[in-house]
Write a protein that binds this ligand. Structure first.
Ligand SMILES: N[C@@H](CCC(=O)N[C@@H](CS)C(=O)NCC(=O)O)C(=O)O
Length: 313
């Protein structure tokens, strides 16, 4: 990680934990918002007006949080409005790296080698992990926001004039229900699998793993009565958040993160739901199983020899 703008030597991707061995995720620190007129959003400063060609996304295809933003960009048909660069899937001693792994690429915007250089470019004294996604402003030459939940929301609401698709991922009449479901899915599933995988006590692991499957069971039932999506006919940001975890589950979380009471393949409705979303125009392009497997199984703290399993078939 970066400390006062300097990359720490011998960095290992070991995550922070509390006194009982529970995984603790870092809070995102760049929280400005792109808005239609450039006024300030719910957090951060004003000055980031929605414009075609002005903003750039940095993502990793292994990363569920970054993949949320890629999905929102696809669903809103913003491909020609917001450019993207993809890092390699394997975390190096210096964090995310741009390069030639198939499906990844060079940093075409700033020409750096490591993601942490984008952070110090924006803030020479930055302290924290150099995470993806990052939404970068080419005009002001800085990071707008590095929190996927914010980025999904602003791609949905601020690019009305440029979006090729009018689909509303956060309709006003569902907002409070979406917020509540998002919160539940985040704690027990999106971040829940990480809590299980990075737990450093048996109790923390079991607590997280049980919560993961309780939520999967609930959602399997919910889809039976409400489908095709979590809120019926209307696909929302809750579906994006659920999908990115489901699509990684059998390949990474089931084995590496020890979430192995059941697979998604064992849940008929969740499996159909996942395939239904995967079939939406452009979504399959945001999912790269080679990146997902290579990336997760390269986490040395969990898999010291870096062996990547052959399955699932
Ligand atoms: N709050 C962030 C979390 C992003 C995040 O944790 N990204 C991971 C990849 S899945 C990362 O970049 N990790 C690098 C690190 O921890 O150093 C978001 O949702 O945007």
């Amino acid at each position: 990680m970066l400390v006062d703008g300097k990359w720490m030597e011998n960095w290992q991707p070991v995550q922070a934990k509390d006194k009982d061995g529970r995984f603790v995720r870092q809070q995102s620190s760049f929280r400005n918002w792109i808005t239609e007129d450039g006024s300030a959003g719910p957090t951060g400063d004003a000055g980031f007006k929605a414009e075609a060609g002005r903003y750039h996304l940095y993502v990793a295809l292994i990363c569920p949080w970054a993949s949320r933003t890629l999905m929102a960009r696809k669903l809103k048909k913003l491909d020609d409005v917001i450019s993207v660069d993809v890092v390699e899937p394997v975390l190096t001693e210096q964090g995310w790296k741009f390069g030639d792994f198939p499906g990844a690429g060079r940093d075409r915007l700033n020409g750096v080698t490591f993601m942490h250089e984008i952070y110090t470019h924006a803030d020479p004294h930055y302290t924290g992990r150099a995470t993806v996604p990052v939404l970068f402003d080419k005009q002001r030459n800085t990071i707008v926001n590095n929190e996927s939940a914010d980025i999904v929301r602003m791609l949905n609401s601020s690019f009305g004039a440029f979006a090729g698709e009018s689909l509303d991922l956060y309709p006003a009449d569902l907002a409070s229900q979406i917020d509540a479901l998002n919160e539940h899915i985040y704690h027990t599933l999106n971040n829940g699998v990480y809590k299980a995988g990075f737990a450093s006590s048996q109790q923390a692991y079991e607590e997280a793993c049980i919560a993961v499957f309780k939520t999967l069971d609930e959602l399997e039932n919910r889809l039976g009565s409400d489908g095709p999506f979590l809120f019926g006919e209307c696909l929302t940001e809750s579906d994006i958040r659920l999908f990115v975890t489901l699509v990684r589950f059998d390949a990474a979380y089931h084995g590496l993160f020890k979430c192995n009471l059941r697979r998604i393949a064992d849940y008929p409705r969740l499996s159909d739901y996942m395939k239904r979303i995967l079939a939406i125009d452009g979504i399959a392009a945001t999912v790269n199983m080679q990146h997902i497997k290579a990336g997760y199984y390269s986490i040395k703290a969990l898999n010291p020899n870096g062996i990547v399993p052959l399955g699932p078939a």
